[in-house]
Design a protein around this ligand. Structure first.
Ligand SMILES: [Zn+2]
Length: 459
């Protein structure tokens, strides 16, 4: 209850409901403090300032702040390694808090290269917990609700840290995880009867299709009222959302907490309007032009590479960190009434493919193929002769036709999909249709389905 005696709609009304102006003021106050802290406690950041010929005192506006060089994941890896070599541990250069205050290390969900580490103090863990609480509270979850966590239960942010957050806000968490396979998840759905399920949209699709044969029930009979999508695109694709909504008879939410301080959740309405950025008091978000690497204006509809800066963060705060995610920003007020800007994750810069000068993301191909459901199962692979982004045309796609598509209809279906992609994505693919259930679903460390297959070198 809030002071008006009404049940509160936001977990933290003091922060989540304040005006854009007040948020900017709070961000500025915290940023100044954070920059000084980073400079005084991290050799890496001090060097960065020195290289740019500035000190935190010279940063008098958000424009000045943009003079600090961007930090990339490769640089993060390099600094991590340098710390291990110099100090025998990874916290020597970026981490600002003394070693005895670090209580958790987690890692990003990336599947390539040496994992990059996030170091958190108890204060930082509490910040992350609060962000999870803000998301699930907005969606309508309250103590007494049971949440089944079916993402990978690893140290990636959507794994154990997410389960901790759910518990910390007073919900009941069933951390089954993806590791034990589908059967185990279904067993626990039946045993614990959760109202909410957190899973990849692919798993949701799979359950809708398989539930009748596996448990003799429709997915809609499982009692799931909230389906939270994470770890892969889908929660933001209208056709997939519609399918999950119907299949589970649930509200469908797309949400993310990938950057620890960067969190968002969509409104759960039928129409998808992007995710609300719910952590502006702990994260300064910037849009970077992928080519010039300059900060772009945050205007409605702008697309750029995301950079984030942690504020009010003790362990390993990130400063103008670019992970390679391409996002679109929406600044006009959302119809749902919740304040703040929204964003849509379009894909990772390194997943992007370039076919005859046209930029294309696997998520866009996924959306296009899913438009043809149930004539397609939605399962597909992008076949590359060599790693992207440059693809020698035509772009090759292998996709499954739907269960009831007859032989005679397949050529026509192929043509329909090809034409749709040519008109809407400006790419003219070569499509191979294969029977349902013939493409194995391979997942990465987080349970995220791999959409690109690179041909083995046949030398
Ligand atoms: Zn909204």
């Amino acid at each position: 209850m809030n002071k008006y005696g009404k049940e509160r709609k936001l977990w933290n009304e003091k922060i989540e409901a304040i005006s854009e102006e007040k948020i900017r003021a709070l961000q500025w106050k915290r940023l100044k403090k954070q920059l000084k802290y980073d400079y005084e406690n991290s050799t890496y950041y001090r060097n960065k300032f020195e290289e740019a010929g500035i000190t935190p005192r010279d940063i008098r506006s958000f424009e000045d702040f943009q003079r600090i060089p961007l930090m990339t994941k490769d640089e993060h890896r390099r600094v991590q390694q340098e710390s291990i070599e110099r100090f025998g541990h990874p916290y020597g250069l970026i981490t600002c808090a003394p070693i005895e205050k670090i209580v958790r290390i987690s890692s990003t969900s990336g599947t390539t290269g040496v994992p990059t580490l996030y170091t958190l103090t108890q204060h930082d863990v509490e910040v992350v917990n609060e962000m999870h609480a803000r998301k699930y509270w907005r969606a309508g979850l309250r103590p007494g609700h049971v949440v089944l966590q079916a993402l990978s239960l690893s140290m990636f942010t959507g794994g154990l840290p997410l389960s901790d957050g759910i518990q910390a806000m007073g919900l009941c968490c069933v951390p089954v995880g993806a590791e034990g396979g589908t059967k185990r998840i279904i067993d626990f759905l039946l045993l614990t009867r959760p109202q909410a399920l957190i899973a990849t949209p692919s798993f949701g699709d799979y359950l809708i299709e398989k539930a009748p044969s596996l448990i003799g029930k429709e997915a809609s009979e499982l009692g799931i009222q909230w389906f939270f999508c994470a770890a892969e695109p889908g929660g933001g694709i209208q056709t997939i959302r519609n399918r999950l909504r119907k299949g589970f008879r649930a509200r469908i939410f797309d949400h993310t907490g990938g950057g620890h301080a960067f969190h968002g959740i969509c409104c759960g309405d039928e129409e998808y309007r992007g995710m609300h950025f719910i952590s502006p008091d702990h994260c300064i978000l910037e849009l970077i032009d992928p080519e010039t690497k300059k900060t772009m204006e945050m205007v409605h509809g702008a697309i750029g590479e995301m950079a984030f800066t942690f504020i009010d963060w003790e362990g390993g705060p990130f400063l103008r960190y670019v992970l390679g995610d391409i996002i679109q920003i929406f600044t006009k007020p959302c119809e749902c009434g919740f304040p703040g800007i929204r964003f849509n994750i379009l894909g990772r810069g390194d997943d992007m493919l370039i076919v005859k000068g046209v930029n294309i993301y696997p998520s866009a191909i996924k959306e296009a193929i899913n438009r043809f459901h149930p004539k397609t199962t939605g399962i597909f692979k992008i076949l590359l002769d060599q790693p992207g982004p440059l693809v020698k045309p035509p772009l090759k796609l292998k996709l499954e036709y739907g269960l009831n598509v007859k032989q005679a209809e397949r050529e026509g279906l192929k043509e329909e999909i090809r034409k749709y992609m040519k008109d809407n994505l400006r790419v003219n693919p070569e499509i191979e249709l294969v029977p349902p259930d013939s493409i194995p679903i391979e997942t990465g460390a987080t349970g995220k389905v791999k959409l690109i297959e690179v041909a083995k070198d046949e030398k």
